[in-house]
Design a protein around this ligand. Sequence first.
Ligand SMILES: [Mg+2]
Length: 276
Amino acid sequence: MTDTTPSHAVPPSAAVALATAVAELARTERLLLALDFDGTLAPFVDVPKSARALPQAKAALDRLEALPDTWVAYVSGRPLSSLETVTEADADALLIGSHGVEIRFGRDGVSLDLTDDERATLEQLGRVLGALVESVPGTRLEVKPVGFGVHYRLLDGDGGADVVARAHQAAAGVGDALTIRDGKDIIEFSVRGANKGDGIQRLREYTRATAVLFAGDDVTDEDGFAVLRTDTGDLGVKVGEGETAAQFRVADERAIATLLTLLADARGATRSSSTA
Ligand SMILES: [Mg+2]
């Protein structure tokens, strides 16, 4: 028998298993929802700052956030300032930006506290990568909180590969402790290594969650799935195609919105019956 189901579609049996897992998750004592933003809650748009979560997802998250012992957190590769804007974060928001490097837990802003060494490395990195993009038309330098990104979307394949090689070479002269991320038409160098898994661990400690839901669509979200404790009730959901360590997969942002709605319904019922 030939299976014609697209690889990212959820077969019915898996959908039932996911619904069961969501119902189970709703019953945990202290629930943390750690969610990637772009491609998970919000569809991709041309202007990054105009991205917003789907209204259904936003409504479900607002309901969940209002429930006792329930926390909603955003875990993104965006710089924190950008994440604050697109999530329309209020004063109590739990935000992890820059792939785990920047943290804001409500009013407890966690500053970056760069060491002198890190600051010196950052300056040097900016100089060498700045010189590189100036010498290669079609490239652009993005300043990040603890590093730099070299964009090369306008170059063809060979040109792009050449820039990546030259960027590696330039950065190698700065130090060997840099964190390097090879993205789509961008290569990033950071003086501080952290990933979404680190961010989720910080959130878990901060909220003392007894179970965590993490959902994400990109390669960098795999660091998040890697720290989940599925044996004690954590739930990982991959959005869209691509290899993953997550237990479950859904097709798109709309499916996540539905999942969050089911969770809000189930959690709402549990919480109100337990306090009645
Ligand atoms: Mg994403």
